[in-house]
Design a binder for this molecule. Structure first.
Ligand SMILES: *[C@@H]1O[C@H](CO)[C@@H](O)[C@H](O)[C@H]1NC(C)=O
Ligand SMILES: *[C@@H]1O[C@H](CO)[C@@H](O)[C@H](O)[C@H]1NC(C)=O
Ligand SMILES: [Zn+2]
Length: 499
């Protein structure tokens, strides 16, 4: 009896062991197939890169596993404002900042630099200010402006120094230039509220920035900020507003583009190691077809005048409230042989609506890349087409949190894009408005909060390479070669310094 029982037990155990091995083998095979599919899986790391990889993975996994055990402390499931400054102190952030990141392919010209920079601009001579109850208006002028003001225009200098408390004056003024507040979840309670605040900053700063000398300086300093963040190339989107000067001259959109080119040339002369910049003319979408027709005419004229500088055309503004692409098909089709498109599309949570379906219009119109494409995850056929046609998705994770498309970045569709090796580039949209670095925060949050625990240096390298590959930079092979040189230098520095 005894021996029978023992025999029986051994039998069960050995069958179980076999079954377990079969299942374990299969689950490993399944997961390996996914890992082999993930973005960056085609990259083979050198010995030095492997050393750096071990370093960064130790840092990443420590923080992630601590968060897994103590979710209340996990930074990236919270609002960006709660951790954006804190993370800058982390070793991994510093490493990602130092890392060559290629290009910024999706960012808006007057939202690159932050409120401290804008505040500094208010110290320029000839700036007038009008304080109203809720608003502030800014304008450069040779003498007191006569444009609308419910109170009175005064020289900024006089207003500041007669305020009795310059520090307080500046602190309050700075608030008009940032979207960052302590309690975003309460104050920015729906997408329209945050977009209203967001657009107001553009308008308040806009009348200061469109003063020609400031305009060129701002772009020059934006390029400098990008270079400091180890970005080597920039495709800037601009509505190309009219500019003005103290002599009463007004400059049209074409002249505004020329001003950009002038600032770029100056910058390239001062920093020849920067690769360059191109322009995506991106006027507002909440207009009628006649205005679009005129915008296309402007795009053509810029292309004639600055053929190497204009990358293409796009439409901007809150997508749910703006006109859908399909309303402008005749105008857009007509120009599609001449002008490349880089449409914002699918920056929405509203499935099956016109803003969601902008994705299909963008693809059908032959867009080179798609701005955001946040909603594309819900469209299996469009996902397939984007892959087949190699249309890059310009993903801006931090922007999507701040502008209320997603609360917890672990649920961002980018996780799926990365898992399936979609053509993806990481960008920053309007980093200055939420006081982020020009690109580092978006790379960092992608790596720490969105991507798989297993995603490593290969993914970071691939994302940087993608940004160049999907750009319209001239001499692309040469630029990618230059990137490789900088990347190797970065890796060697990290290994040598024993980070
Ligand atoms: C959040 O980020 C900061 C800065 O990197 C870090 O010190 C802190 O430990 C992070 N929190 C957790 C729970 O990892
Ligand atoms: C603002 O100006 C001060 C004084 O010139 C300078 O130290 C500071 O770096 C400037 N800040 C920005 C963000 O440009
Ligand atoms: Zn955008």
């Amino acid at each position: 009896m005894w021996s029978v029982t023992v025999y029986f037990l051994i039998g069960v155990v050995s069958v179980l062991a076999n079954d377990v091995k079969t299942i374990v083998d299969e689950r490993n095979r399944l997961l390996k197939r996914e890992l082999d599919m993930m973005i960056g899986s085609d990259i083979v790391l050198s010995d030095s890169e492997q050393k750096v990889n071990e370093m960064i993975m130790k840092l990443k996994i420590n923080e992630m596993d601590f968060g897994f055990e103590h979710p209340q402390y996990f930074n990236y499931s919270k609002h960006f404002f709660e951790y954006k400054d804190e993370v800058k102190k982390s070793k991994l952030f510093k490493l990602i900042k130092q890392m060559p990141k290629g290009a910024v392919l999706h960012a808006h010209d007057t939202a690159i630099l932050g409120p401290d920079y804008l505040l500094n601009l208010t110290y320029w001579d000839d700036l007038y200010v009008c304080f109203e109850e809720e608003d502030v208006h800014l304008l450069f002028a040779a003498e007191t402006p006569d444009s609308a003001c419910k109170t009175k225009w005064q020289l900024m200098r006089d207003a500041r120094y007669s305020s009795g408390n310059v520090e307080k004056f500046d602190r309050e003024l700075r608030q008009y230039f940032t979207i960052v507040i302590d309690n975003p979840q309460e104050v920015y309670s729906d997408i329209n509220i945050i977009w209203t605040k967001f657009q107001k900053i553009f308008m308040t700063a806009g009348t200061m920035l469109t003063y020609m000398p400031v305009w060129e300086q701002y772009f020059y300093d934006s390029l400098k900020a990008l270079r400091d963040d180890n970005v080597m190339y920039f495709e800037v989107r601009s509505v190309l507003p009219e500019l003005y000067d103290l002599d009463g001259n007004v400059y049209n959109s074409v002249e505004t583009a020329v001003a950009y080119k002038r600032a770029l040339d100056k910058f390239m002369n001062d920093y020849p190691d920067f690769i360059g910049a191109k322009l995506i003319y991106a006027p507002l979408r909440r207009v009628d077809a006649k205005v679009i027709k005129d915008s296309i005419r402007v795009a053509r004229e810029i292309k004639r005048k600055l053929p190497d500088f204009l990358a293409g055309f796009d439409l901007v503004g809150q997508e749910d409230l703006g006109e859908p692409i399909k309303d402008f098909l005749p105008e857009l089709i007509e120009a599609s042989n001449e002008i490349d498109y880089f449409f914002h599309a699918g920056e929405t949570n509203w499935y099956g609506t016109s803003s969601d379906e902008n994705l299909a219009d963008a693809i059908a119109l032959g867009t080179r890349r798609i701005g955001h494409a946040f909603a594309i995850i819900k469209h299996p056929v469009l996902m397939e087409e984007v892959k087949k046609r190699n249309i890059a998705l310009e993903v801006n994770v931090v922007s999507n949190v701040v502008l209320k498309l997603v609360e917890d970045v672990r649920n961002h569709p980018l996780a799926f894009f990365l898992a399936q090796n979609m053509p993806v580039v990481i960008s920053s949209d309007d980093p200055g408005l939420w006081e982020a670095e020009p690109l580092s925060h978006d790379f960092y949050v992608t790596f720490m909060g969105v991507a798989s625990r297993h995603a490593d240096l290969r993914m970071l390298k691939k994302l940087a390479l993608n940004s160049l590959y999907y750009s319209t930079v001239s001499n692309k092979d040469k630029v990618i070669h230059e990137f490789d040189i900088r990347w190797t230098k970065f890796i060697d520095t990290i290994v040598k310094d024993q980070w």
